[in-house]
Design a protein around this ligand. Structure first.
Ligand SMILES: Cc1cc2nc3c(=O)[nH]c(=O)nc-3n(C[C@H](O)[C@H](O)[C@H](O)COP(=O)(O)OP(=O)(O)OC[C@H]3O[C@@H](n4cnc5c(N)ncnc54)[C@H](O)[C@@H]3O)c2cc1C
Length: 520
């Protein structure tokens, strides 16, 4: 994956079959689906891949226990099927994670055992582990960080865990592997229409190089998540907003707040929400909240009441109550919920399922959904473009498509380089050849300089933030450590990307603003 090759492809292509706007989970999935069907495909991302919501998830590949409780069986079945497919197609980015629901009252454990037995049954042949009732002694032993009074019994069930930005980068690489073109820092600034008023291309800027491009396409797909309303307005300036952003935040703590390999799942917090505490890359991710917000932004701010809600709920369950000083990182994300037809609905009630629409002007929108179902969402979107006559019929190929880096029997977190899949060997070779590259970047996290070298050369990392937030997960795992590593990493990048002292200072200062926001 090389940015200049992408720009050369852009200059050498008269008309693309498919142009996808947006390089989050949704757009990357759509572009991979289109490229593997044999369509010439270009994906344009305004910032960096997964800069939006797709870096800020709870890191679960799940059916959604709460959607089962809401009776949305079709959504749960679809998500569980996709969970199983991701486990098969990208094992290096997937880990089977046991979850335990505490049985606080005499009836809770039997009630949830039945519900989660059904959850497992819905995954059919793609089940990743069977639900089991736990005795009081077993529940207390496995969740030794949880207060005894919360554990009269327990229920253990299984879901998937992943690394969201690493999956995004893997999808981008997979698109390129299959002949597609992806460009980050390439915002779409306008839509082109033909004399019948139909969309026939986009206008986009190279935000790093400064040039502007008019790009022709048979099908243009709007996959911009919470930013979709902006693209809709380029097509229909008077249109009503069709996406409502709902904010969720997570706090990251040290693992010793919940020792052992099990995650805690609280199906009903004091205000009726689900709360997870999940081990992730040797930290603990606790979340999430669900607050309707007015505007879509790239760095949504965690609200004080959200932080307090998570700390209070954690204090209610954990033997050692986390305080603000214990928080290694706080990050907020915006769910791109498809606006309900019934405006009175709360965010919890708005369906998480996706919706594809083709407008009169033949712009294809994909709204809503979740990371887990990105592949199905992509299939439905490209099918809709075919159905609308924008593209010829070609069958979807992604059901069993192995993603970039596929290796058998290697799973997320098996080793520090496992999530690179088959690229891990090349990264290790860089470290073996050059002791400088074998050095750990910061004592708190296992990342080495060879991973940065790789990210610049093969994963189009262009800014300090690309490296410390998304190629490596410093900012999300330990924001203070990210701040401490920033100067050295910027100097390392400067040698490879030809940055002068002024640029180094700017990168460090810009990143410092983020570090501030991600620390409490
Ligand atoms: C708190 C929270 C927790 C979640 N947890 C989970 C979970 O555990 N599991 C799960 O399956 N799902 C989860 N989700 C849902 C999942 O993260 C989202 O559904 C998914 O990431 C949305 O991806 P997207 O591509 O639609 O949006 P985004 O990731 O926001 O991508 C849209 C992209 O479009 C780009 N863009 C915008 N305008 C333009 C333009 N003009 N030109 C070019 N590009 C543009 C943006 O820069 C952005 O990168 C969670 C969501 C939230 C908020």
């Amino acid at each position: 994956m090389h940015r200049q090759v992408g720009i050369d492809n852009l200059n050498n292509t008269q008309e693309w079959d498919v142009v996808v706007i947006g390089g989050g989970a949704t757009g990357l999935g759509v572009a991979l689906d289109a490229a593997t069907r044999g369509f010439s495909t270009l994906l344009l991302e305004a910032k960096d891949f997964a800069k939006g919501t797709s870096s800020r998830s709870t890191k679960l590949v799940h059916g959604g226990v709460r959607y089962l409780a809401q009776g949305d069986v079709a959504l749960v079945r679809e998500a569980l099927r996709e969970r199983g497919r991701l486990a098969q197609n990208a094992p290096h980015l997937f880990k089977t994670q046991p979850f335990i629901i505490p049985g606080e009252k005499w009836w809770t454990a039997p009630y949830y055992t039945f519900g989660l037995w059904l959850y497992d049954r819905l995954s059919g042949k793609l089940s990743i582990g069977h639900t089991r009732h736990l005795s009081r002694a077993e529940a207390r032993k496995r969740l030794s960080g949880v207060k005894d009074e919360k554990l009269k019994a327990g229920v253990c069930y299984y879901d998937g865990q992943f690394d969201d930005t690493r999956l995004a980068i893997t999808l981008a690489q997979s698109i390129v592997d299959h002949g597609g073109t992806v460009l980050n820092y390439f915002p779409v600034v306008g839509l082109e229409k033909n004399d019948k008023g139909q969309i026939c291309g986009v206008r986009a800027d190279d935000a790093l190089g400064g040039s502007s491009f008019l790009i022709k396409a048979k099908a243009v797909i709007n996959a911009t998540g919470v930013f979709a309303n902006n693209i809709i307005a380029m097509d229909e300036p008077q249109a009503k907003p069709r996406i409502v952003p709902a904010q969720g935040i997570h706090l990251v703590l040290d693992r010793d707040f919940l020792p052992g390999g099990d995650a805690l799942m609280v199906p009903k917090t004091s205000d009726g929400r689900v709360l997870f505490a999940v081990p992730w890359h040797d930290k603990l991710v606790v979340g999430t909240t669900d607050t309707l917000v007015e505007k879509a932004e790239y760095e949504p701010k965690p609200l004080e009441q959200e932080i307090q809600f998570i700390l209070d709920t954690a204090k209610d369950y954990l033997k050692r109550a986390p305080t603000r000083e214990d928080v290694r990182s706080v990050f907020a994300g915006l769910r791109p919920l498809a606006a309900p037809k019934d405006e009175g609905k709360s965010t919890k009630e708005v369906s998480r399922s996706h919706r594809v629409e083709v407008t009169e002007s033949k712009l294809v929108h994909i709204f809503g959904g979740k990371w887990t179902t990105y592949r199905q969402m992509a299939e439905d979107t490209v099918d809709a473009a075919i159905g609308a006559g924008l593209l010829p019929q070609k069958a979807c190929k992604t059901t069993n498509l192995r993603l970039h880096g596929y290796v058998e029997n290697v799973h997320l977190d098996d080793t520090p380089l496992a999530l690179h899949g088959s690229d891990a060997d090349a990264i290790q070779a860089l470290a073996d050849e050059n002791p400088e590259l074998a050095k750990q970047i910061h004592p708190n996290l296992p990342y080495i300089y060879a991973q940065i070298e790789w990210a610049i050369e093969h994963e189009v990392a262009r800014t300090l933030e690309d490296v410390l937030a998304r190629r490596l997960r410093f900012l999300f795992l330990d924001a203070r450590a990210a701040g401490e590593a920033a100067q050295a990493v910027a100097e390392f990048m400067a040698l490879r990307l030809d940055w002068d002292a002024k640029r180094i200072a700017k990168e460090v200062a810009d990143f410092g603003v983020l570090v501030e926001q991600y620390t409490l």
